[in-house]
Design a protein around this ligand. Structure first.
Ligand code: ATP
Length: 322
């Protein structure tokens, strides 16, 4: 019986469990044996395998985090580390590897495939949504909603005290979460890594906004903004806004946790199934994604190194509506 291994790697994202479940159930459907790898590439190097039983797929679709655990592995970045990983796969009799993660995970998988002939398939799982080949990645929608709910609460307290809040959301290199939570929460300003941050311009915009008196003002900042995030920006702005109470809130890891939304569960279920189907159809070194609600297969090496664009129309939109 063909054996298919699955691992989760890089930053965890809500919906990874739904994807793992879908891989397990789809393997059963196609007549393959599913094997879990704990702790991403680190576990692969160590041979930390789980022979899944049918019951392992039960009761996990709604759970955040990843039952397989995730890790970052420096050793896997070395030729020696990847050889150990390939040896473990061979020793365990694995025929193909499904990797659920972000661009780093796919870089690693691509090199493993090239060096050792491993059949690799990528499933996009990262809250950052920064992968081309899929309109959305698993976990993005949940992170967006978690951030927005938190920002709604900050808005309540900001209103009560007429405060100016700088809220930092996740997004190391991409402003997807910042842009969409900013629109969803009616933020007055959104600061993104995709646009050069001009502090003078921000100062002027804020002054204009504060002139037209508001109960509160929210500025949403992506953590990866080149200006250094919410704390650094507040230090630079504070001297010019002494009349306002300026507060910084860094949302941090709450954005990774929680039960996945319906959208993420369905996306993850779809992609887990498509990954196994891709192996069944003899595909190799591809990522499965969804574009315009249709399954999209993209060569794995095309999913990294190219930056996915945010929707610049949304920037114009928020400026009209704020
Ligand atoms: P996220 O976007 O959520 O952080 P990610 O998959 O991009 O997820 P990374 O930490 O960048 O997370 O990558 C996960 C793992 O993939 C790394 O710990 C490393 O083991 C492996 N990896 C990343 N880049 C490479 C590379 N260039 N060569 C070999 N392995 C790599």
């Amino acid at each position: 019986m063909k054996k298919i291994a699955v691992l989760t790697s890089g930053g965890d994202s809500p919906g990874m469990n739904a994807a793992v479940r879908a891989v397990m159930r789809s393997c059963k459907h196609f007549g393959y044996q599913a094997v879990g790898v704990r702790f991403g590439y680190r576990g692969l190097i160590e041979g930390d395998f789980i022979d899944f039983r049918d019951t392992d797929a039960s009761g996990i679709i709604q759970r955040g985090g990843t039952i397989l655990k995730s890790a970052r592995s420096e050793e896997f970045r070395t030729e020696e580390g990847r050889k150990k990983a390939a040896d473990q796969l061979r020793a365990k009799g694995i025929d193909a590897l499904v990797t659920i993660g972000g661009d780093g995970t796919f870089r690693g998988a691509t090199i493993l495939g090239q060096e050792h002939g491993v059949n690799v398939i990528g499933v996009p799982g990262t809250i950052d949504n920064d992968l081309i080949g899929s309109d959305e990645t698993i976990g993005y929608d949940t992170a967006l909603n978690t951030a927005m709910e938190a920002i709604d609460k900050i808005r309540d307290t900001a209103d009560a005290h007429e405060r100016l809040f700088l809220v930092e959301v996740m997004g190391r290199d991409a402003g997807f979460i910042a842009l969409e939570t900013g629109i969803g929460s009616g933020a007055e300003l959104i600061i993104l890594p995709e646009k050069r941050t001009d502090l003078d311009e921000i100062r002027e915009s804020l002054k204009e906004i504060l002139k037209v008196q508001r109960r509160s003002t929210l500025v949403i900042i992506a953590e990866g903004d080149e200006s250094g995030g919410a704390l650094k920006i507040s230090e630079k702005l504070e001297p010019d806004f002494k009349d306002y109470e300026m507060r910084v809130c860094i949302l941090g890891h709450i954005q990774r946790g929680g039960n996945p939304t319906a959208h993420d569960r369905v996306l993850a279920s779809r992609l887990g199934y498509e990954a196994v189907k891709a192996i069944h159809n003899g595909l190799n070194e591809v990522m499965v994604g969804v574009i315009n609600n249709k399954v999209q297969i993209t060569p794995l090496h095309e999913t990294f190194g190219v930056k996915k664009e945010i929707n610049y129309d949304l920037i114009e939109l928020y400026k009209v509506l704020r």
